[in-house]
Design a protein. Structure first.
Length: 409
């Protein structure tokens, strides 16, 4: 994604002298309105401030990325302001962040191409690279700033040292902390004379996947994650340190030291070469997705059966059989929840995880919606499975081809 395609010189303001968050947001909304990107300043501001009320949009190292998703947005765009004086009263994910660089994102309400996630991921990947940001913020003119937005961040350039660590970073959203933690570990490793190679597992799937050579030669592994690590078996031979994804932002050096110490105390296992798998056939992919979906449906079936059984046992033990069989009573409703509500969720869950198995995270919500639609037309498991397969393959196609051909590639 080229960031410069979503902004222009009219939307870039350097060395602004505004002092509060609301003043800055109002100013940037005015720029977007004047440039024709939004149709209503009031509606868009409402969307932005609603987003502000959910979680902090201040990040770290002086950066803030407020954003709004609304019907008043005609096309995706962002406005930028660099500040003469930092704003300390901007809620941020990292304490003490004094905001000096603000990127206000405007996203259409219907975001079929996933521009919001792509844009946030691209920004976080670039803005967490100190070399990139230094060059960008040193721009003297708006034209120069615009041109430098698309500079290559060169995130994978790591000096080779005698000791090496492979790391995985992954946050729940898969955007901000994933890239910030990766950059923090790489920078700390360079200062310590340790090569740190980071694989990001986030909104865009697995980025910078570790090669067999890196995994084989590494001394230790670091998992800075808030979610499960994908394909964790690749790291089974290595001494491993696991921590929260935010931890490297506070003490990356300490985490690396802990990993190296563990490498000294623990014997490294033998690396098992991962076989290169041939692309799965359609039948194999569908089979795998069905098994994935079923594995996540089974707990719902068990839960529903247990609730119904417990209600029956409770009624017999305490003489509540009549209560259990009387429509509208609390015990009757609880029993029906086990047999009805949970069974209603089975098809959407099946469809969601089938789609997820085929195209990973981007397909999950759409797969769930396909399952709900199957329920609404009484299509049952068969239609839900078909919906999961269609959504999975459609999402896989969009991920593979649309970014390369579309406006925001």
């Amino acid at each position: 994604m080229n960031l410069s395609h979503l902004t222009n010189e009219n939307l870039i303001t350097l060395n602004g002298n505004l002092e509060t968050k609301e003043e800055i947001i109002d100013y940037l909304i005015d720029r977007l309105y004047a440039d024709g990107n939004i149709t209503s300043k009031e509606a868009f501001k409402k969307a932005v401030m609603y987003r502000e009320s959910l979680t902090p949009t201040g990040i770290d190292q002086g950066l803030a990325i407020p954003h709004g998703k609304d019907e008043s947005v005609k096309e995706a765009a962002f406005a930028v302001m660099t500040l003469q004086n930092p704003v300390s009263a901007w809620e941020s994910v990292v304490e003490g962040n004094e905001v000096k660089y603000v990127f206000l994102l405007a996203i259409p309400a219907v975001d079929e191409e996933g521009t919001q996630m792509k844009l946030l991921a691209e920004m976080m990947q670039k803005m967490s690279n100190e070399t990139y940001t230094k060059a960008l913020y040193a721009a003297k003119t708006t034209k120069e700033f615009l041109e430098r937005l698309d500079d290559d961040a060169n995130k994978n350039t790591t000096q080779v040292h005698d000791q090496s660590i492979v790391a995985v970073t992954a946050c729940a959203a898969g955007i901000a902390h994933t890239y910030m933690a990766a950059e923090a570990l790489i920078k700390a490793g360079e200062k310590m004379g340790v090569s740190v190679y980071v694989e990001k597992q986030g909104a865009n799937g697995i980025e910078d996947r570790h090669t067999s050579e890196l995994l084989k030669n590494a001394d230790a592994a670091i998992f800075a994650v808030d979610v499960a690590v994908k394909e964790e078996e690749r790291f089974a031979h290595l001494p491993t340190v696991k921590t929260k994804v935010s931890a490297p932002l506070k003490d990356a050096k300490g985490i690396i030291e802990k990993a190296l110490e563990k490498a000294k105390q623990s014997e490294k296992g033998e690396y098992v070469e991962q076989e290169e798998e041939a692309p799965e056939t359609f039948v194999a992919t569908v089979k795998s997705s069905v098994l994935t979906g079923i594995s996540h449906v089974v707990p719902l079936i068990v839960a529903g059966g247990m609730i119904s059984a417990l209600c029956i046992i409770f009624a017999r033990l305490f003489g509540f059989t009549e209560l259990l069989n009387t429509e509208g009573t609390w015990l009757y409703l609880i029993k029906n929840m086990g047999g009805g509500l949970l069974s209603t969720l089975m098809v959407p869950v099946l469809s969601a995880y089938m789609a997820y198995s085929i195209a990973e995270k981007p397909a999950f919500a759409s797969g769930f919606a396909a399952g709900l639609c199957a329920n609404m037309v009484n299509g049952g498991f068969l239609l839900g499975m078909l919906g999961g397969i269609i959504v999975g393959y459609a999402t896989r196609y969009v991920k593979k081809y649309i970014p390369a051909k579309g406006t925001f590639a």
